[in-house]
Design a protein around this ligand. Structure first.
Ligand code: MOS
Length: 741
């Protein structure tokens, strides 16, 4: 149905509708509940919990002595393997990644959760946790991935994990140009502003949890399973979260332990884990070692790609970082091998982190492409155009839409790429070396089934609810825009709420899928509401639209009016004053026809670096990103996502690395003083271009999502710029000054 109206909100840079709540401190996060005098459904006697984490990286707990801690003021309960109740559902399969529920005395990795202390105050809990004495039997831990590389195995116990087409070896044998290099990305940790937090209480056998999560329904299902409850006995609420970047897609053991502690202590329990705690049991991006072999003819046309991505994983539960998938489709090439291996180590289970797979994978591929460009003496963008994939050759499917050419063109124009002199070290500013580098970006499009509910009241206001999450991306804002747009109402008459499992179910907020998934449900529920309103009006003798054809009626300015004669019609208020409020629920799923397409967003990043050749210090001085991600619902919140992703990528390129001591197996930089994320002073003004793109395949609005495409390729653009500046090809991130000198 076509809706027309005076003002359109979709595509406008609307300020965040929740901005005021956030800057005035009224936005409530998981650890802010229950708020004083708020009527929140929790008694006032909330207790506080603190985790005890192991200080050895592998072995057994010989004994835990909590006798001193138990006598400390305010201490209510200390739970360890010695007294923890059996978790009703055995922690297997979907629980194996959140092991460490105090069910035995085994230590699998450094900083494993081995106990939880509940006390009247936060300070009492933390102090008591520090006084619990633990005797370990250290069994020696293997955490050195390089030492285990020769024993890398295919994931899932498979005999092979190879995506291939054509005959790579023949292509390599007959190639005029070859690149064969190994690229390393370090283990990284999400470092979101708000560490994981849970406030949990039990009442009459039901469980209520305020949780900082990207996935309220997954959290609910997991808690229900673990504690032997039906799903309807568990409510999970997340109104605001201070970032997640993938680590909050899963309810880890801290969440389950908070719930367990509430059960055991008979008190509502709040567990806001510390920054240091996040380095233990809540996952991180695994280190990867990636060998990329490119074969090409003398004109730079790719004839073969062999990309093997080896990632570290935990010994007790496997996680695979799929860095090579993208190499099977990003460029046109007849002979491809894209494989994966894992090296099991005595480390915590790695997890998804912003653009898992593609982020490290494209770094390796796009650095190799830069090396090929130099080998072929071809401009890096030209090389990519020579190898442009007009379809997804891995799936042999057309793209639902692709505007990568436009991304290259518009990004290059904005950056001034044509002024680049290709010779490394040939560009200078004062006594600094200047380097320009670029990279392609691509991220798969995801969309999952989502539902939403709309209530249109006789006073003319609309309330939409959907059990999705706003992980800082602007969900509240864009959903309000979609609804206001379709209903032709001002933003002030639309309210949107989310983040509660008593609402219609929406998928996790990951894979950049929220705008497309929950957004389509909000779109569909509004379309359905208008159809119902029209049906009401034309069937009602009191309506000026009585007896008219639905197709002749349009939505305009908060009401229904004849297309040909906009003076004839009536407002929603007028219809609903006769009929009563309108309640509509809609469920929205991907269309089947979309399976016949390969669906990706694309982009191009351009980096300028200045390198001090005496000190080896690198500064990012300019950065341009051109992104083709379908319809951009709100260029302000979307640009905010891209900028955040670019900063994330600059951290990956230059500063971030989770370091383990290979002798003790312990993490040695488990805080933000030693694990370096970029700060304002590290980041220049970032330019973001959204390339106009229409996609009628993916969903009704043509929205692809922007959370992850932003970070992909950033590290390659920076690394390629550093090479251009210095002539030094650093193939292991982060590019710290010692690697430049
Ligand atoms: Mo993302 S790693 O899908 O939150």
């Amino acid at each position: 149905m076509k809706t027309e109206k005076k003002e359109s909100f979709i595509g406008k840079p609307i300020d965040r509708v929740d901005g005021r709540l956030k800057v005035t401190g009224q936005a409530k996060y998981a650890a802010d509940y229950p708020a004083v005098d708020s009527g929140d459904p929790a008694p006032a006697d909330v207790a506080f919990a603190a985790l005890i984490q192991s200080t050895v990286s592998r072995g057994k707990i010989k004994n835990i002595d909590s006798s001193e801690a138990e006598k400390m003021p305010g201490v209510i309960k200390i739970i360890s393997y010695k007294n923890a109740p059996k978790i009703p559902a055995k922690p297997v399969e979907d629980f194996d990644d959140s092991l460490h529920l105090l069910q035995d005395n085994t230590i699998h990795h450094d900083r494993q959760n081995i106990g939880i202390v509940v006390a009247d105050t936060f300070e009492q809990a933390v102090l008591a946790a520090s006084r619990v004495k633990v005797d370990y039997e250290y069994a020696g831990a293997a955490v050195d991935m390089d030492a285990g590389l020769s024993k890398a195995k295919y994931p899932g116990g498979k005999k092979n994990a190879i995506r291939s087409r054509g005959d790579f070896q023949s292509a390599l044998n007959s190639a005029s140009l070859k690149v064969d290099q190994t690229y390393i990305t370090p283990a990284e940790i999400h470092s979101m502003m708000e560490p994981h937090a849970t406030t949990a209480f039990w009442k009459n056998g039901s469980l209520h949890v305020w949780e900082s999560t990207q996935a309220i329904f997954n959290t609910r299902n997991k808690l229900a399973k673990a504690f032997g409850l039906s799903n309807d006995k568990v409510t999970v609420v997340t109104k605001f979260i201070g970032g997640g970047f993938g680590t909050k897609l899963n309810a880890w053991s801290n969440t389950l332990l908070a719930v367990l502690a509430a059960k055991e202590s008979g008190r509502p329990v709040k567990l806001a884990i510390s920054r240091a705690n996040t380095f233990g049991n809540t996952g991180n991006r695994p280190r990867t070692v990636q060998r990329v072999i490119l074969a090409a003819d003398k004109n730079g046309k790719l004839t073969g790609i062999n990309h093997e991505c080896v990632s570290e994983t935990s010994r007790f539960a496997e996680f695979t970082e799929d860095g090579s998938d993208i190499s099977a489709r990003l460029y046109s090439c007849p002979n491809v091998i894209a494989s994966l291996k894992v090296v099991p180590l005595d480390i915590g289970k790695p997890t998804w982190m912003r653009a898992p797979g593609e982020c490290p994978g494209i770094y390796a591929l796009e650095c190799a492409m830069d090396e090929l460009a130099y080998a072929a003496k071809i401009d890096p963008i030209k090389l990519r155009m020579i190898n442009y994939a007009e379809k997804d050759e891995h799936q042999n499917l057309p793209w639902s839409s692709k505007s990568l050419k436009e991304c290259y063109e518009q990004g290059a124009l904005k950056f001034g790429w044509q002024k680049r002199s290709p010779q490394p070290g040939s560009m200078k500013r004062g006594d600094r070396l200047v380097g320009w580098g670029m990279s392609t970006a691509s991220h798969p499009f995801y969309r999952m089934k989502s539902a939403a509910k709309l209530n249109l009241s006789p006073n003319g206001t609309a309330t939409i609810v959907c059990g999705t999450q706003d992980i800082g991306t602007g969900t509240y804002t864009i959903m309000t825009q979609i609804a206001a747009d379709l209903l032709a109402l001002p933003l002030s008459k639309v309210s949107f709420d989310l983040g509660d499992t008593s609402m219609p179910e929406a998928p996790l907020s990951g894979g950049s899928m929220t705008a497309a998934s929950a957004g389509s449900a909000v779109h569909d529920v509004c379309v359905s509401a208008i159809e119902k309103l029209i049906a009401l009006a034309i069937a009602d003798k009191q309506s000026p639209l009585f007896g008219l054809k639905a197709g002749d009626i349009q939505v305009l300015d908060g009401g229904l009016y004849l297309k040909a004669k906009p003076g004839t019609g009536e407002s929603y208020e007028s219809i609903l004053k006769r009929s009563g409020p309108l309640h509509v629920t809609a469920s929205s799923s991907p269309a089947e026809k979309s399976d016949k397409y390969s669906k990706h967003s694309f982009g191009a990043h351009f980096a300028e670096v200045e390198v001090d050749s005496d000190l080896g210090t690198i500064r990012i001085t300019r950065f341009v990103s051109a992104i083709g991600a379908g319809k951009i619902l709100n260029p302000k919140t979307a640009a905010n996502q891209i900028k955040g992703g670019v900063i994330f990528g600059i951290g990956m390129a230059l500063t971030e690395e989770l370091v383990r001591d290979h002798r003790s197996g312990r993490i040695i930089n488990a805080d933000l003083a030693e694990y370096h994320i970029p700060v304002h002073a590290d980041i220049p003004e970032l330019d973001v271009i959204f390339v106009e793109e229409r996609d009628s395949i993916i969903n009704p609005m043509g929205v692809k999502g922007v959370g992850e495409i932003a970070v992909i390729g950033v590290a390659a653009a920076v690394a390629n710029a550093v090479f251009h500046a210095t002539g030094k090809r650093v193939r292991d991130l982060p590019i710290t000054l010692d690697k430049i000198l």
